[in-house]
Write a protein that binds this ligand. Sequence first.
Ligand code: TRP
Ligand code: SF4
Length: 480
Amino acid sequence: MAEEIIEETAGEQTAATLPKARAEKRKRVVSGMRPTGPLHIGHFFGAISNWLKLQEKYDCFFFVADWHALTTHYADTSQVAENTLQVAMDWLSTGIDPAKATVFIQSSVPEHAELHLLLSMITPLGWLERVPTYKEQIENLRDKDLGTYGFLGYPLLQTADIVIYDADFVPVGEDQVPHVELSREVVRRFNATFESIEWTGSLRSEKAARRLFAALKHVYPGAFEKIQILLLDGVGEFDLAILRKNVQTLLNRLPIEERMSFLANENVDLERVLFEPGHLLTETPRLPGTDGRRMAKSYGNGIWLKDSVDEIRAKAKNMMTDPARVRRTDPGNPDICPVFSYHKLFSNAALIEQVNHDCRSAEIGCVDCKGKMADGLIRWIEPVQARRHEFECNPRLVWDILDAGSRSARKTASTTMRRVRKAVFHWDEARKKDGAAGPAIQSAVISPASSAAPALNSGAAAPTSSAAPLSPTPVQSEEK
Ligand code: TRP
Ligand code: SF4
């Protein structure tokens, strides 16, 4: 396969700050795709082929981003459900395996929305307005009114998608790196604001404690006097024990920026509420459409994973070639010919070499060359289509896989949200102080699909995390 993970960039926390159980497990990767409908081979080579590799190595969460589709396509939602099914069929038939990866629907895990809301409280508008693609997209999609709150907030929704699973990595192309960087900044700010849970209460050294104390003096000269009375004993001795006990109170009095710089200096040990994701920089060579332009539905130049063999042959025959090669006897230049780009993916090394040579010397004609390319493409796509056919005959199986995946994802997301809610509101402590029963919200979190399934937080055996029994024999897609 042409594209490779070229760089693994971790977020700032080290393994030491991750919960122990997590640090020892496979690293987690989260990625989503909008339900745009059936996928073309450009989608495959641009994203899915990478997912296939990731699912072998990482604990993957792959979801249909139906809420993301709404950020630009809110005006017509009639196709979202059908498109979700089609996307999932293409994933499964190309080898995305629910026994290896958690495959689910974003909106079936409403916790994404709850986290998005909480993140929105602390995210400065300017951070979102400055995301490089924001203004550009509004310009590009002129036919739509994207002056909406939802569209502005989409990178924040994406942040929620990622951090709700404590993801270690997000696979991204170059242009998406700023989105992950935004995620990291949001996480840092969120943690600085709410990071009180599981407070270890320990300042690493007396020196650090004194620094925090000094920082307060600087920010709140007036209030500082009162705090001082509160924390220092009668003689005015610096009492580290009292200071430790009140460290949260002290920290909360600092403005967020000050808190962030204080925490960033690593003067304080604490358990983080959310974790900064890293990114896997993935080079995804763009597969041209049949006319040489970017492959896009709106250009009518795509080859779809579900295209019939006859359609594929016809599309191959009509493909654009080197425009300078007018007559059969003219030498051609495969480097600028989209047919040759396809050869590189679908033909064996010998044929690629032969075409490369015979095109330049005019020993092969374009009709012939296209026919040979189509042979390879069809050989590659046939097993995909055979599996797709099985799913088309049994769409319920696909829904069941998505719904089982969503239940499993929701279990993980709920765990994070319990931690987040606790950090933001301290409801548990407030109730406990007055001897009230547990919060309603935890028992209200039940699995979305079936009332027979156990509640997610009941601790009872939940439905199996993978949809293994439902999945057809996993078949690896051919790599060329
Ligand atoms: N941003 C992608 C898109 O809009 C899909 C997406 C949503 C995503 N959430 C994500 C990708 C989280 C990676 C991680 O098409
Ligand atoms: Fe393209 Fe093949 Fe024709 Fe060369 S011979 S221009 S590679 S189609």
